[in-house]
Design a protein around this ligand. Structure first.
Ligand code: AMP
Length: 438
């Protein structure tokens, strides 16, 4: 967690959390509550609506899950709470935290996200889960089409990463959901930033909420070392490879602007013998999960991702974040670099800036209120790599042009990440089964 634990009270029990859940926290290794938990749980337990301004890594999931589970424990009921999340991966992680915290009290969760069979999800709803974690579009689909499913008994609604929900054009879907759920309910809204749209949503669906700000406005943590590297556009790949080899062995996330770039970069790096894997919104659900699990399991130490992966994903220990493309929205920078230097650990973030991105980079420096030092790289040394990197790029571009392989050939291609993800998914059927069950 990025937040410091400050102030009294210091234990979950002090916050009013019941014995069963204190034990659940202990079994997850949560010794003391995080700042957002300290500040929001007592109000939530009093039955107040809560707006929490907190980022991923602050312990926000626990901040809303514990009060909900405590209320559920007092009055167990099916379809008790619904959590809306902007992405499939975040939805799965939230459900995993609910299940982990609620394992001792037999909590059942359903995850309703796109890219997974509706029928399977309908079957899971038929088992009357206590908690539904969903992306708004798929939830609406079920509310309209799945027989016998409604939220008439719903007591809690959580809007997680509300700023992101709204940026992703879920506004209309959320409005429609709000129309069909009970007005008599508790609502928790969590957001990394307070935008105009979030303010509007807050007014539309929260009642006399308490507002809790656990992160200072756009700051980055002190344990994070941040640098930039100004490079000519044509040498960008070269600098990326140079930094990765200088920091070889580090668990790294490389951020690009487009889905296509994740695939190309990953092929280039793999061609050069680096263990890279892409994750982007264009991949199938199974491939995204497979890639994420390979990264978490350490089978690949470099995750190439778009901003889809920059928020919400709970990847505990990233040593290095590289901004291969500078984000045009400065706030995305905060979210990206927030993947490292978590839970008091140190971390490193390097932004590779080309001549066309200087403007965006300066906006970032303005937002974080700091001038960052330059990454020490000798151009002559970096350019030794140029020929090899260019060749790897040429081969990778050709591979992409060839298009998707047939299944037989895919399985035979040892160096293709498709095949690796496929094999990893098969080996780890536990994950996919668990996912299918929902
Ligand atoms: P979140 O901000 O909800 O994504 O949580 C980030 C990570 O912090 C997750 O891996 C949680 O399991 C972990 N976490 C949440 N609350 C605590 C706590 N009080 N103590 C230690 N770890 C925690």
């Amino acid at each position: 967690m990025a937040e410091e634990e400050v102030g009294e009270p210091k234990t979950f029990a002090d916050l009013g959390v019941c014995k069963e859940l204190v034990e659940a926290c202990e079994s997850l290794g949560w010794k003391t509550p995080s700042k957002i938990q300290v500040e929001s749980i007592p109000y939530a337990l009093q039955g107040r609506d809560v707006i929490g301004l907190a980022q991923t890594g602050s312990g926000k999931t626990g901040a809303f899950a514990l009060p909900i589970l405590q209320a559920l424990l007092a009055k167990p009921e099916a379809l008790f709470a619904c959590v809306l999340s902007p992405t499939r991966e975040l939805a799965i992680q939230i459900a995993e935290q609910f299940e982990a915290l609620g394992s001792g009290i037999g909590v059942k969760c359903s995850v309703l996200v796109g890219g997974v069979d509706m029928m399977q999800q309908a079957t899971s709803l038929g088992k009357r889960p206590h908690i539904v974690v969903a992306t708004p579009g798929r939830l609406l689909d079920h509310l309209s089409n799945t027989k016998g499913f409604s939220f008439r008994t719903l007591k809690y609604l959580v809007l997680d990463e509300a700023d992101r929900l709204l940026n992703m054009d879920f506004e209309k879907a959320i409005d429609d959901i709000l129309k069909v759920i009970p007005k008599e309910r508790r609502t928790y809204l969590f957001s990394a930033t307070m935008t105009k749209k979030v303010g509007k949503l807050q007014r539309a669906c929260l009642r006399n909420p308490v507002k809790i700000e656990a992160a200072s406005k756009y700051s980055t943590v002190d344990t994070l070392k941040q640098q930039f590297c100004l490079v000519p556009a044509k040498y960008k790949d070269c600098y990326l490879v140079y930094i990765l080899t200088e920091m070889s062995g580090s668990t790294t996330m490389v951020f690009t602007r487009t889905c296509e770039a994740t695939r190309l970069l990953s092929l280039i790096l793999r061609n050069l013998g680096l263990k890279a894997i892409p994750i982007s919104g264009q991949m199938s659900q199974a491939k995204r999960l497979g890639a994420l699990n390979m990264f978490k399991a350490g089978e690949c130490n470099i995750l190439i991702c778009t901003d889809v992966a920059s928020r919400g994903l709970d990847i505990p220990s990233v040593d290095l974040v590289i901004n291969y493309d500078i984000p045009t929205n400065s706030k995305d920078y905060i979210h990206r670099v927030g993947r490292t230097a978590r839970a008091g650990r140190s971390g490193f973030a390097v932004s590779i800036v080309n001549q066309y991105e200087v403007e965006w980079y300066l906006q970032i420096e303005q937002l974080i209120g700091k001038k960052l030092p330059e990454y020490p790289a000798e151009e002559a040394q970096v350019l030794i790599l140029f020929e090899r990197v260019s060749e790897a790029k040429r081969i990778s571009q050709m591979k992409i042009k060839e298009g998707p392989r047939n299944k037989k050939r895919r399985n035979a291609e040892a160096d293709d990440e498709d095949a690796e993800v496929y094999a990893f998914n098969r080996k780890n059927t536990k994950t996919s089964k668990k996912f299918k069950r929902r």
